[in-house]
Design a protein around this ligand. Structure first.
Ligand code: GTP
Ligand code: SPV
Ligand code: MN
Length: 565
């Protein structure tokens, strides 16, 4: 139970909530974290042989169970009174019944363990858009990740004591039994309960659970957007600043685009990081502004190396927690694509990750600390498509941009346990992360657009088109700067474009993409029949929604007509 001093710090209301859970889970002690406990947790994990000390400075490796090394969408639920409120793309549970079941699972689950109380602020501390929460966990690795990925601070408690709404999350490791794994969200109640998992998005509740699922529910009510997007500030040689955000599904390139390095072709261009995974977008004076609710990055290790991303390599060479990466004889972390001279003892899990503070990244945007955030001038949607989708195109309007966002499909990846390597619908890259009915979400996007006098243009990008041999045609990574440059020049009205039925594509005879014309022709080819099939598949997908916005259906009709004629 809480000590008198702890109750004083937490206040009556919060203390009661925490003691309620302690009575059920029965921990041997309760510890309140206020942000400076990293070393303590690392020591404890090392002592218990749960962390491996790596050769890189202040770097450690943690291994989760192989069956608990990615998000589990099948175990993720939205618990609302009415099933319709969760919508056809979410797993739904009756809140009363599941609460009962979860409390049974939680019974004595923390016996002999410490229960950590983790108070946190999401978003810049003084931002009117920031939110607070408290998470409980009996897992030192999860707590350690929280200390890096969120702003853990006493100040959150003070705000809660003053009466501010807060999200209450309960995480318990239990026996890590996948059959009893539940990640349950109670959006109306601002509550999250996660059991029998310790992996990333399943267990680090500030991330997808709060910053997206609960936040998206609040965002609809309050008139803003919580999105699975990265965001960057790009500064051109004329010193003009430009805000770009991009929604790509898991493992489709957000972190890499967020940390892109302008190479020698882009002398005097600068890219500064706002967020690599999640942003909250608000309207202010008719413009869209983004803040990053997070404080760190939980990035994909595989494929990261000096060639693809030297910026990230520099950042993760110290003070980083690695999860499920491989190991060399020299005790260096290892994964696919990483150079090493040492013998590889162990391979990396395809979804291995690094956890690092965003403050350690050398090119952080000053807007990361701005209470109102970064103004967004262009929104990108993108995914992994080996064919059909061109390298880049600009949609004709906000509505058509929303339609293309709603039509987004991607080849699935190792970020999710289920459905590896299929083509799956993932509207706005948010299907796994939305806390309410997706039809209402589409409508919310349309409404949000109406509020914007200065609407960001909406583009679609695809780095993953392949040739007959299955190789990526586009070099990607830092070369994506060519596309970013086109998007900026396009938005400033500096470059011409070719009108196609789906939108504007670059005039690549005039605009340099650093690539031979034949390949560009392939990258920008429009396959009419395949697009018509894409539209008819989209129609089938949209038919699962009872209240699919008529505006979007009409836009799809128009698009199809244009493609046919
Ligand atoms: P989540 O953290 O799961 O949301 O992923 P993400 O969207 O941030 O993706 P990330 O940038 O981590 O990239 C995922 C994988 O795609 C990594 O293995 C990258 O190496 C690879 N990747 C990223 N950008 C590109 C690109 O432009 N081209 C190619 N071919 N691969 C890329
Ligand atoms: C994703 O899957 O989109 C991630 C990793 O960013 S996780 O935090 O596990 O959700
Ligand atoms: Mn993500």
């Amino acid at each position: 139970m809480l000590t008198k001093k702890q109750i004083e710090l937490l206040g009556e209301n919060l203390s009661k909530k925490i003691e309620n859970i302690a009575r059920i889970t029965n921990p041997k002690e309760i510890k309140i974290l206020i942000g400076n406990e990293k070393e303590f947790l690392i020591e404890k994990l090392l002592k218990e042989k749960r962390l491996v000390k790596l050769k890189w400075k202040n770097c450690y490796l943690y291994r989760t169970k192989p069956y608990d090394a990615a998000r589990s969408e099948a175990s993720t639920y939205i618990a609302t009174k009415k099933k319709e409120d969760a919508g056809p793309t979410n797993n739904w549970l009756d809140p009363k019944r599941i609460r009962k079941k979860l409390f049974k699972i939680l019974k004595n689950s923390m016996k002999g363990k410490t229960m950590y109380v983790v108070p946190y602020i999401l978003g810049p501390e003084k931002s009117p858009y920031s939110k607070v929460g408290v998470m409980l966990t009996d897992n030192e690795y999860v707590a350690l990740n929280e200390l890096i990925l969120a702003k853990v601070t006493k100040k959150a408690i003070l705000r809660i004591k003053k009466g501010e709404d807060f999200v209450f999350g309960i995480h318990s490791t239990c026996k890590l039994d996948p059959k009893n794994r539940y990640i349950v969200h109670f959006p109306g109640k601002n509550e999250i309960i996660s059991v029998n998992t310790e992996y990333g998005g399943n267990a680090i509740l500030t991330k997808k659970c709060h910053s997206l699922r609960i936040a998206s529910f609040q965002a609809r009510k309050e008139g803003w957007l919580a999105e699975h997007m990265m965001a960057i500030q790009v500064i051109n040689p004329e010193k003009e600043s430009f805000g770009i955000s991009a929604a790509f599904p898991s493992m489709c390139g957000k972190t890499n685009l967020a940390t892109i390095k302008p190479e020698k072709e882009f002398k005097n261009w600068k890219v500064k990081l706002l967020s690599d995974d999640i942003i909250w977008i608000h309207e202010k004076e008719g413009k869209a502004y983004a803040i990053n609710p997070e404080y760190g990055m939980f990035g994909v290790a595989n494929g990261t190396n000096e060639k693809t991303n030297s910026n990230i390599m520099k950042t993760i060479k110290q003070d980083t927690i690695f999860t499920n990466v491989g190991l060399t004889k020299n005790l260096e972390p290892w994964w696919d694509g990483l150079e090493t001279k040492s013998k590889i003892l162990e391979k990396a899990n395809p979804n291995s990750r690094f956890t690092v503070s965003i403050l350690k990244y050398q090119n952080l945007s000053k807007y990361f600390f701005d209470p109102f955030g970064l103004k967004i001038d262009a929104i990108l949607f993108g995914s992994r498509r080996k064919e059909l989708f061109p390298l880049v195109f600009e949609t004709f309007s906000w509505e058509e941009g929303v339609l293309f966002g709603a039509m987004l499909r991607s080849e699935t990846t190792a970020a999710v346990i289920e459905n590896y390597k299929q083509l799956k619908n993932d509207p706005m890259a948010m299907r796994p992360f939305l806390g309410y009915n997706m039809a209402k979400y589409f409508l919310h996007w349309l409404k949000f657009g109406k509020k914007l006098k200065e609407k960001p243009r909406i583009f679609f990008v695809n780095w993953f088109r392949r040739d007959e041999k299955g190789n990526f045609i586009w070099p990607g990574f830092n070369k994506n700067m060519y596309v970013i440059k086109w998007i900026i020049e396009r938005s400033k009205g500096k470059v011409n474009a070719i009108k196609t039925p789906i939108g504007f594509i670059p005039n690549y005879d005039e605009f340099d993409f650093g690539m031979e014309k034949e390949k560009l022709e392939k990258l920008f080819e429009i396959d009419k029949e395949a697009w018509l099939k894409e539209f008819s598949d989209a129609r089938k997908f949209f038919s699962i929604f009872q209240n699919f916005p008529k505006v979007l259906s009409k836009k799809l009709d128009e698009l199809e007509e244009r493609m046919k004629s």
